[in-house]
Design a protein around this ligand. Structure first.
Ligand code: MG
Length: 290
């Protein structure tokens, strides 16, 4: 298995400066063996499919290193957003998929196999649903129009999508770009259902899971299932700030790279692939640095 080195830890969660590319550097951090991605807003626009360029880059990455995707989305979303546009083949055995914030885990052999799923009881679902409705009802903002259901039961996660699950992406982007509205909903829910974990995700979503079951949980499952140390992973996501649904991955101790959107994630993947080339052809790297 080939490994990757990333920039030093003092740059681990900063945005890339405009026009700047990642460079291969000699660092004292452990070699990286697993690249972990968020899906919505990182590999693809929210609830949209992977574009052709991202599919090509991911396929190239899967050819040389193990990759995992952890998302608040359910398995159906993984099939529609990720797998439908990813070419089939041997490289998929390098891919691990963790829907609903890591409460489910899929691996590929001759097809996709579910390793585990941690579902809510009916009583827990009822309490979460009624608390969500109460929190929305007592918020100081109004939602004028919705597209589809607002509350989705994903078995091991209940997701509130403010404008509905079929809302147009342009409407979603306008609704809560600075997370202000969803932070208020989260504060209300933290009081109403303190026994559950509440995270902000997607562009208009609030995710509720069992306590302790979040992307940090998924990271530890990756460590245990794949036998790869947390120090040997890199996490790439668009919500690594406190309260964001990627933040638990950073809290778990993974070197984390914040990206603004899929375009920036593509540049990070290109850089990781280039770093692998440096590992494979060290003399080329030396010549470029002169
Ligand atoms: Mg995201």
């Amino acid at each position: 298995m080939l490994s990757v080195q990333v920039p030093p830890s003092d740059q681990q969660t900063n945005y890339l400066p405009a026009g700047e590319k990642f460079r291969c550097r000699k660092a004292h951090s452990p070699m990286k063996k697993l690249i972990v991605f968020d899906l919505d807003g990182t590999l693809a626009e929210s609830k949209s499919s992977l574009d052709a360029e991202m599919a090509t880059l991911l396929t190239a990455l899967l050819g040389i290193v193990k990759v995992a995707v952890i998302s608040g989305g359910n398995w159906r979303q993984f099939e529609q957003q990720l797998l439908a546009n990813l070419s089939r083949g041997e490289h998929l055995t390098n891919l691990s998929l963790l829907p609903t914030s890591g409460t489910k885990f899929y691996q590929y052999e001759s097809g996709w196999t579910q390793l585990y799923s941690e579902d809510f009881t009916d009583d827990q679902k009822e309490k979460i649903n009624s608390s969500l409705k109460q929190a929305i009802g007592s918020s100081d903002f109004k939602i004028a129009e919705t597209w589809g259901e607002q509350i989705e039961d994903r078995g091991s996660q209940i997701t509130f999508s403010a404008l509905g699950q079929q809302a147009p992406i342009e409407e979603k982007k306008k609704w809560d770009p600075d997370f202000t509205k969803r932070k208020k909903i989260k504060a209300l829910l933290d009081n109403l259902i303190p026994e559950f974990s509440v995270r902000l995700g997607g562009t208009t979503s609030v995710d509720v899971t069992k306590p302790g079951v979040d992307k940090a949980y998924g990271i530890r499952k990756l460590r245990d299932t794949l036998g790869i140390a947390i120090q040997e992973m890199i996490f790439i996501g668009d919500a690594l700030f406190p309260g964001g649904n990627d933040y638990p991955a950073k809290e778990a101790g993974v070197v984390s790279i914040q990206v603004r959107d899929p375009n920036e994630a593509k540049r990070v993947i290109e850089a990781i692939v280039a770093c692998l080339d440096c590992v494979q052809h060290p003399k080329l790297g030396q010549e470029e640095s002169r």
